[in-house]
Design a protein. Structure first.
Length: 289
């Protein structure tokens, strides 16, 4: 009989190890598999069982949590598993990839009698096990609800709908913002360093600059209404500011590829006729490939 307090974790990078550890902390029976078995050593000392193969790991439990680099790795691990072993399993695929590939993988799982729940965790490994952290999930609602308790051991859960691509989409929406903003932070640190200012000295100012709550709250309803009037800000003024940033960076001898890309985006917006409107009009420019 299936033990509802047991789980398989496949993929033991930092995130996979954190997830397996969170389950062990809550008294779960945990089966593991990883291409490099040595990564499981500490978890095995804590009571986890290391399977000899992906097939053995999948066979051990109904719920199989996958923490892999991408869906190529997903197929690389599960592709050789007998469909008879996959049948009846719930594959919680937390690997990062595109919505299209998430839908393809869900269909691949269904052909083998398994069900995929697509997931996307919005926390580094240090946040796993904290209910204040969050993760997106999508796929069959009844399957999600049946395993919500086990998934909630890892983070809070945000169910996005039946479409298996939705969790991947919402995850990538977050990554668009996260990596772009963090790259801006790295750029600011490089520029500060060129002037003898440390990251620690910059820290409180960086926190303030990256606190975008008031801007998001202001612009979201205007964008949804298609209102990009220049009553508060104007794109052509934004272009001047981005060019000042670019010149400041290059004058310091710091790599200017990132601010050059931003300035180019603003420049294209002005050239497209949005100069008198808000910088939010760049949304309309970006909608066009």
């Amino acid at each position: 009989m299936q033990n509802d307090h047991s789980v398989t974790v496949i993929g033991l990078g930092p995130m996979g190890r954190a997830m397996a550890g969170a389950y062990l902390d809550q008294g779960y029976e945990v089966t593991l598999w990883n291409r490099t078995p040595s990564r499981a050593a500490e978890l095995v000392r804590r009571g986890a069982v290391l399977a000899a193969s992906p097939s053995e790991a999948v066979a051990a439990n109904e719920l199989v949590v996958l923490s892999l680099t991408d869906y190529d790795a997903f197929y690389g691990v599960l592709g050789a598993v007998d469909p008879a072993v996959l049948a009846g399993r719930v594959l919680v695929n937390l690997s990062s990839d595109t919505p299209l590939r998430a839908r393809e993988a869900a269909a691949w799982a269904a052909e083998r009698g398994a069900v995929q729940l697509t997931g996307g965790i919005l926390t580094p490994p240090s946040g796993v096990g904290d209910p204040a952290s969050s993760a997106f999930y999508s796929g069959p609602r009844e399957v999600f609800e049946a395993h919500r308790g086990t998934l909630s051991v890892l983070t809070g859960t945000d169910y996005r709908g039946e479409d298996p691509g939705l969790a991947a989409l919402f995850y990538q929406l977050n990554m668009v913002m996260f990596w772009t903003a963090l790259s801006g932070y790295w750029q600011a640190i490089a520029l500060a360093g060129a002037h003898g200012i440390s990251a620690t000295e910059l820290q409180p100012y960086a926190r303030n600059a990256l606190d975008l709550d008031r801007f998001i709250d202001f612009y979201a309803p205007r964008v949804d209404a298609g209102h990009h009037g220049g009553d508060v800000d104007r794109l052509e003024m934004g272009l001047a500011s981005t060019e000042h940033v670019l010149h400041t960076v290059t004058d310091a001898g710091v790599d200017g590829a990132l601010p050059a890309a931003v300035a180019d985006l603003f420049r294209r917006g002005v050239a497209a006729g949005y100069g008198d409107g808000s910088a939010s009009s760049l949304v309309e420019l970006l909608k066009k490939s």
